[in-house]
Design a protein around this ligand. Sequence first.
Ligand code: NAD
Ligand code: UFG
Length: 349
Amino acid sequence: MKRKTILVTGGAGYIGSHTCLELLEAGYDVVVIDNLSNSKLEALTRVQHITQKTLVFHQGDIRDKHFLFEVFSRHKIDAVIHFAGLKAVGESCEKPLAYYHNNIYGTLVLTETMAEYAIKTLVFSSSATVYGDPESVPITENFPLSATNPYGRTKLFIEEILRDLAQADQNNPVSSPWKISILRYFNPIGAHESGLIGEDPNGIPNNLMPYIAQVAVGKLPQLSIFGNDYPTSDGTGVRDYIHVVDLAKGHLQALLALFAKQPEQGGCQAYNLGTGSGISVLAMVQAFEQATGQKIAYQFAPRRAGDIAACYADPSLAAQELNWRSEKNLDAMMLDTWRWQSGNPEGYR
Ligand code: NAD
Ligand code: UFG
């Protein structure tokens, strides 16, 4: 059987590079497009080194239709995994138009091009942020959706666009329907166990795990824990941290499920990708210290605007329909983060 070719937008980024690695290991042909606005090509060089397999890279922007046409003309693509986008919540409040343009317009140009080439199998990166401030935890996929910042709104709007798209040609007898999986990630952390690829944020990290790792390696003096008066077990925020390799594997399971559908069976389904366990910030600090033997200096600071108390997944739909479950525990998340950070204190630079 001919090997399937997967186009990965944003494939040089944190989650994209780990997913490219799993795709290559599983025997797919991989074509990446990335404008390298938030990533380094070195990540993909290392993916090829680890797997001893090659992928094709095209540098360019998903909003550039001519560029997309060129890529779609050169390769016989079977499905698209769409990671490309801007993801910093704070920056999205300062530059909302940049976020709407990059994320929403980018997705429009991509899906228009896919339709023109009759490629209608898509896996999209959404986020638990679309649940806003949930009324309770754990969160199931049918919880009400909302957003509290422009980044979250781009995910919410794109989800709606994709649902409309799938709905529109459900009963169209002349063309095969869209088959779309929306994956709502909880909090991806960790790195590939080789320690060669990982998360490489620009400047001072916004997210907890890279911040802890940079304190441990001596790049930052101490962690500020945002809020110790939340209604949680120890007063600090609770999240569902998931190993990025488990998350990457979730994309392969989503693809398999889409490929297994009958040709006329379209649709658009969202899945939570999380572990199902909520961990507090203090418990994360302790887990890192225990796993790595590194001490993390911290202080309590006021709550961060827009943060919620607790957010964790009910991941049972992905287990039932995608045959996917997270496998790696917190210890592995900590050790793999530390292997990456200590071996690459300056990231890919
Ligand atoms: P990342 O920034 O590391 O990767 C995104 C990649 O897309 C980067 O390599 C960037 O250069 C590229 N890119 C951005 N705009 C582009 C454009 N217009 N054209 C071509 N390439 C472009 O981020 P990540 O953490 O790997 O996230 C991947 C996806 O998952 C994003 O859509 C993000 O919103 C989503 N997501 C991430 C998290 C998280 O915590 N990391 C959580 C939920 C959802
Ligand atoms: N935190 C600190 N100090 C820090 C950074 C974070 O105490 O320096 C706390 C936060 O207050 C929160 C927890 O650590 O309680 C996790 O914060 P992150 O910034 O790592 O993650 P968030 O849950 O706030 O947001 C992340 C992504 C969003 C995404 C969301 C849901 O950054 O883009 O998960 O998927 F929308």
